[in-house]
Design a protein around this ligand. Sequence first.
Ligand SMILES: *Cc1c(COP(=O)(O)O)cnc(C)c1O
Length: 401
Amino acid sequence: MVTDEIQGSGDARVGAGGAAYAGGRAPARATVDLDAIRHNVEVLGQHAGSAAVMAVVKADGYGHGLVPSARAAVSGGASWLGVAQLSEALALRDSDIHVPVMSWLHVPGADFAAAIAGDIDLSVSALWSLAEVADAARTLGRTARIHLKVDTGLGRNGAFGEDWPVLLHAARSLEAEGAVRIVGVWSHFIFADEPAHPTVQSQQERFAQAVRDAERAGCDLEVRHIANSAATLTNPGAAFDMVRPGLAVYGLSPVPSLGDPTYFRLRPAMTLSADLAVTKRVPAGQGLSYGHQYVTSEDTTVGLVPMGYADGIPRNATNVGPLSVAGARHTVSGRVCMDQFVVDLGPRSGSRAGDQVTLFGAGDSGEPTAQDWAQATGTISYEIITRIGARVPRVYLGGQQ
Ligand SMILES: *Cc1c(COP(=O)(O)O)cnc(C)c1O
């Protein structure tokens, strides 16, 4: 929930469960530009053409905050929202968000009755979930809206091979009975981030075949969907009736080998920053942090950054994570600890406690980006933004709340 709490100046509002940071100024913060999210969804909508945009807001809106991200995405033209887990879908409904919401990753015993009562569309990948969803619908005297998932080669979720026609025909029987309505058929790419990979075309063909199977079986589908961010931006032929972007909603490039966010006309929404807790002079030859993995090469000033692996800073950012302090680039100096790490600011630094350190942002002012962090630590930008800890308050700029 976004509150009217003001932190600092301007129109920034603190999210993180609706409370302002309890201890006064927070040591670190993730500032989220809701206007950037709205802009990104508008751009994705232009790529989608006549297809609808389902903004994926799972994993707390990729770390940006579920509800504020969802509202910003809807203001940018998203007519659907997608989440992995039912709790996320129900949280959207609890926040008075009424656009169609689809949830896709469930285990036996999930509260499908709550989902159906909340008008949540459900993905069905297997006979067990079809049976549980239908039971819940019968008990409620309602019809569950389902999207049948076909595994077109990813080898992850979805009905594979001969399981597909079995699932389809079982679902059709329950549709005839009124327990379910099959509103969608959907799938997911293996290599959308390598647009020329031959599996892209073969999966698209298999998907089109699965759609034909469903239509031949008598389904009256509302939506067919397979495209994530990468496919939405690079493969117009994969849009079908709806695209399902996540990463690009938050302004990061899903195909860094092809281009950065600017290339795709996206604006990174999150800036991760902290205030220096301490600065001090140390001599040449001084080791910094646990294990002394970094040793100063000259008399210098070091700064203490109050974020650690508990806040989502990868421990393997030790000696490689990029930072910006007072407009200059620096690097994590020594081991990343649970709550803090140290940075060698150089012999001529005038930085003092309270000065701001930017870990990543849009890059417009020369600061590192989430993609830079991903590259430095051997991962993808998805992981960098979604792993920011719950202890870091999200501060919102823009939007219409
Ligand atoms: C996360 C997810 C998406 C969004 O993927 P991006 O690469 O972030 O655009 C789309 N569909 C499914 C099934 C997902 O799990």
